[in-house]
Design a binder for this molecule. Structure first.
Ligand SMILES: Cc1cc2nc3c(=O)[nH]c(=O)nc-3n(C[C@H](O)[C@H](O)[C@H](O)COP(=O)(O)O)c2cc1C
Length: 326
């Protein structure tokens, strides 16, 4: 799959996830086999661009090309200006968020709420495409609700407006994250669209990724929650797609070493205080399937200091390794 001038190899994309796909996590997933990693959404409201949150979300130092930045908003001119601003900050692909059901976004008719208003979708896509030289991609759900699954209509609007690729999450806005993602609508979008289509929703294993690619005919799959605590999922999928066999999962030692590196990156990126808080959820995701993780989780929640957090995690993995060796 190509997005504008960029070949996306392999065709596996890390989903934008606010509070999660920060630069450290994007870099880790790219290193472990994602062909593209989309930033957390950034606001198109210029009044918020000076905040610490926006500053960190615009930090792409050391990231591999193509740098994909997602913007959220509801006003075509504002989103065009935000796209230009992000390109000046290093974005090589601008992704438009019309997939997020979060109240904070939908209250102001942004995110997936926009799917109700096809005229506004067309205006936003056209304004942003005209505003920047880089490829603009769009991320949507299958529709606003189950009675209004208009993803195929939106796909046509998007490609006519010059959108370079389209991601479809197989749920409606009203579904939030309930039930299972459906792939028939994504397959219909793929049949109708000339631009690359990326299928998203509930891909948590290599086999599921292969099934979704087959069922939808999509050009790529996007993985969100399946990568939490398991950034190896991209390699696992590539291996399965190439060989039809499952790969050996990372060893306990490798999980520990990767998590410790991830913690160091988070502490450096956010600073010790915020870094410790952001790291907690990652520690839980990496460790949840390992014996003794509840005790670690309780202890981790009590410490505020980066070195102490790191030491707890290092000891958890060292103790686990000693037990395995005994
Ligand atoms: C914690 C969290 C934050 C998310 N933030 C965003 C976001 O900023 N922009 C967006 O388009 N989608 C966002 N999403 C939706 C994901 O990109 C993805 O579409 C959804 O999780 C379904 O994919 P999955 O089943 O592979 O997780 C978020 C999802 C989660 C769980």
């Amino acid at each position: 799959m190509r997005i504008g001038p960029y070949p996306i190899v392999p065709n596996l994309v890390l989903a934008p996830m606010a509070g999660i796909t920060d630069r450290p996590f994007r870099q880790l997933c790219r290193r472990l086999g994602a062909g593209l990693a989309v930033s957390e959404m950034t606001t198109s409201d210029p009044r918020l661009w000076h905040t610490e949150k926006s500053r960190l979300r615009a930090d792409h130092r050391g990231e591999d090309a193509p740098i994909a930045v997602q913007i959220a908003g509801y006003d075509a001119a504002m989103m065009a200006a935000a796209a230009r601003h992000n390109v000046e900050q290093g974005a090589q692909i601008v992704d438009l968020n019309m997939g997020c059901p979060a109240k904070k976004v939908c209250r102001v008719d942004a995110g997936s709420a926009l799917l109700k208003d096809e005229g506004l979708v067309a205006a936003i896509c056209a304004a942003v495409v005209a505003a920047v030289e880089v490829p603009v991609t769009l991320k949507i759900r299958t529709g606003y609700d189950r009675t209004r699954r208009n993803a195929v209509a939106i796909a046509k609007i998007a490609q006519d407006a010059g959108i370079a690729a389209l991601t479809v999450h197989g749920r409606t806005r009203e579904d939030h994250y309930e039930g299972e993602a459906e792939y028939e609508t994504i397959a219909a979008v793929k049949r109708a669209a000339r631009i690359p289509v990326i299928a998203n929703g509930d891909v948590t294993s290599a086999r599921k990724a292969a099934d979704v690619l087959r069922a939808t005919g999509a050009d790529a799959v996007m993985i969100g929650r399946g990568a939490l605590g398991n950034p190896w999922i991209f390699k696992e999928i590539s291996h399965f797609l190439a060989t039809g066999t499952t790969s050996v999962p990372p060893s306990f030692e490798e999980v520990g070493a990767t998590l410790l590196e991830h913690l160091d990156e988070l502490h450096a990126f956010y600073g010790a205080g915020r870094g410790v808080r952001v790291a907690r959820k990652h520690i839980q995701w990496y460790c949840q399937d390992h014996a003794g993780s509840e005790g670690l989780w309780l202890a981790v929640n009590r410490v505020e200091c980066a070195q102490a957090q790191r030491a707890l995690v290092a000891e958890f993995f060292a103790a686990g390794a000693r037990e395995k060796a005994a």
